[in-house]
Design a protein around this ligand. Sequence first.
Ligand code: PEP
Ligand code: MG
Length: 898
Amino acid sequence: AKNVYKFGNGQAEGRADMRNLLGGKGANLAEMNLIGVPVPPGFTITTDVCTTYTKEGRDAALKLINDEVKDAVAHIEELTGTKFGDKENPCLVSVRSGARASMPGMMDTILNLGLNDMAVEGMTKKTGNARFGWDSYRRFIQMYGDVVMDLKPKNKEDIDPFEEIIEAMKEEKGIEQDTEFTVDDLKVLVLRFKEAIKNETGKEFPTDPWEQLWGAITAVFDSWMNDRAILYRRLNNIPEEWGTAVNVQAMVFGNMGDNSATGVAFTRDAATGEDLFNGEYLINAQGEDVVAGIRTPQQITKEGSLRWAKLAGISEEERVSKFPSLEESMPAAYKELNETQHKLEEHYQDMQDLEFTIQEGKLWLLQTRNGKRTGAAMVKIAMDMLKEGKIDEKTAILRLEANKLDELLHPIFDTKALEQATVIAKGLPASPGAATGQVVFFADEAEKYENSILVRIETSPEDLEGMNVARGILTARGGMTSHAAVVARGMGKCCVSGTGGIKIDYKTRSFVADGKTYKEGDWISLNGSTGEVYDGKVITKNPDLSGDFGHIMDLSDKFTRMHVRTNADTPKDAQVARNFGAQGIGLCRTEHMFFEGERIKAMREMILASDEEGRRKALDKLLPYQREDFEGIFEAMAGYGVTVRLLDPPLHEFVPHQQATQKELASEMGVAIDVIRSKVAELEEFNPMLGHRGCRLGNTYPEITEMQARAIIEAALNLKAKGVDARPEIMVPLVGTIKELKLQADIINEVAEKVFEEKGARIDYKVGTMIEVPRAALTADEIADVAEFFSFGTNDLTQMTFGYSRDDAGKFLPIYIKKGILKNDPFQVLDQQGVGQLVDLATKRGRETNPKLKVGICGEHGGEPSSVEFCNGVGLDYVSCSPYRVPIARLAAAQANL
Ligand code: PEP
Ligand code: MG
């Protein structure tokens, strides 16, 4: 098989659709060549080689590619007229990772590979610039030492050994900037760097370019398994088996003087989705300088530059002299870049994220990929491209990431509260949304507070987990394409970057803004859409949903087969879900109604009663409350089915466990406290989730079922009398045998007939069951004899299929996921192979008995896109999820059906 794919000079052995083999970057480098975009020549080593490397080790992998890499290097040398290690005209390359899915900043990169004591002379001769040659050389040794020879510091407190040498040298020379080093200083740095490598590793820095190349290739393969790459894959569901490709490419230099530059650009606005070419660049710099967030980058377009200056409070004079746009500073290169971005977007029919370098006025593209974007931008770009006629409806729907709709549904600042709020600093609007929380300074401490804001000078890929936990991220340095900004947008997390006005001191765990000191634990608020940072807590509110969002929901309905219901227990939640387009309630948990105010008293009275008569007396008090609740819910869902579940949780959840509350209850009920205590002790269970709950309650205390059935039917009849179309569906929980269901159904039907007689009116209602005990799934053919509908309670079904307690699994599940025993938390993502098999089988067996059986799901999985897709595949009629997940489920249901 072929392991290495060459490209260059308008030709390529690969193509865009080969990303599984060549990785995203490699496939697009090939494609750009094919469509006439200028790309430095190079080659891609396939992801299969990475897999061989991981499985069989270094020797096996290098043996596999040895001849092909030699041939491919010769190809670069030929196209560039250079030679590896040459004294006159050295061949220098970059070595970069490139996985199938983009993993920004997660893996390692080496630049200027091929430099050694000879080649540096060649480079100096060729460019006539000794400083440039030696500076490139010392950067290369530093990068190679950090990445390949593993000198990169492992702890957050440690300093990079090379940076330490640089600092010491600056002190010796009494200078402040790297740029003040003379050629001789740089030569000394090179020597000291090599010494440091020798001292720390016991090995010489390799001067043979071939040795350098093999080292760099294997370092990229190794980086696939580094901690941050593993974490990123876990967060983004990227399988380890995919591996990474390695891209080796002729170097081009953005740091060859003032007619050279390097930058990053987006064909549309990644934050808002607006059709605005935008990006950042630095004159006389290398690519890493832009993303590392160390120098303040400049804007590519003049329009963007003007906007940026306004936000940053920079005068026009200062802007033009210090921060001109690329459009102004290099008009010819800008023109070509602008044409190229149009060409690329036209070709890929999606927003592109580009990396480019201008070497002495000549433009080169180093990368193009579909750009990461916020949920809002995702929606706007897809809908705009649909309107522009560039993509069709199905493509538009499929291009959306259902989970990301979440960002559009989340709070923004309340306008009134915002008027009162004090701005303490202003940074770049790196990732939109609102966040309010308590300040932390270290990523691994983000969990300290329920709502934390991670405040950093700049972020690095090591901070990923903390960024994920924090509500928002504030950085002092870095532009819109800095690590923090890119990663935060991908996470849909509010981020303000490049906030120069704050002075952070990690040692004292504090920062100063606007003359005030903020310590760890103090509250601040961020507006990721404007870049404003506020003092204290600022109230947030829910966003408006219309326009594009509505259009997406309409399109989803057009393509979907399943419909989406909601899990709601109150008229208010039901209304919220209706507004999000829920068509009915798939699960109304009645127990939640027993906790409020006066009701809990009646409930406790019922539980404490010593006989049926006492229970009935207490249940009579609960009846009007229940009826009233149901009326409100049926009304909010008029015209749609409402599945009401009978009482489910174990009774001990309703009784007081604290001495003081027990005393209170005793005096209220006029009994001795010991009566209460002994009852509470009696209710205690070792495994309450497997104990006296679900229909086991209704079957031991039928009067509870009677009361609930009555409340439901009476509520529906009352509404019918008012002309409201109420459609009750009564659901029996935790059924395992047909008899359990049959006895409950008999009670419900008897009560219904009685109520119909009393009121002289009838109404349609259904009786069905949850399928949440494996035995019920296995005997679904029998169960369907009685049940008119099934609703999979996949929370309990997961619990009982795995034998993992819902309440206690949190202790070991994270470790199981880390160790790869499980891919996901099965309580969040449906285990299709095991639990899913029961869902599939029960649906089939149930429908064999009753072809009209209505089947849905109401466990947490009903709002999780991959689980929704599965439900569509096995033919469920609907999914039901919490109100805020309804739009996500609607979109996922449509996507599943396309
Ligand atoms: C379930 O078990 O999936 C379910 C929806 O019921 P609950 O979570 O209330 O047990
Ligand atoms: Mg359940």
